[in-house]
Write a new protein. Sequence first.
Length: 164
Amino acid sequence: MSEDYKYLNFFAKLIRVTLVTLVIYGLILPTSIVFANNLATLPFLESNIHQLIARQVNGWETANADQIIADFAEDGLFIVPGSTSQGKQAIKQAVENYFANYTDTKITVKRIVFNGKVGAVEWDWQQKKKETGEISLAEDAIIFELENGKIQYWREYIDTKSAS
């Protein structure tokens, strides 16, 4: 084994141990560790992906359909169980239909993973039905794909049984 390889292997182990230690002591969150195929994309990922998800959360929690669709590509695809919408106007209509029936949406982001242009978000979702006042909870996993910084694909997998 060459000397260079030994040093590289040592430093790789040191970095892993350091990251684990920082997570254990709460100095960084596991969601702030981003994996990428190309290290040159990290500055974009670290700030913009988390900002994009924060904008989506804020849009849903404040019932702001325009804010939600602003991050979507013109021909973006939005899929939730039982419904598929393509294009900004169709997505906006689906979002407005939701807001006509539900209020007091609360979202807690649990995890964000991103690699290249594909990512996933895991969040807890709470909503109140306007007609009955019934509050419902769901665990939600979302797979998304970006193209030129815009959401091209957003698919939600919603589990209402585990969260109840």
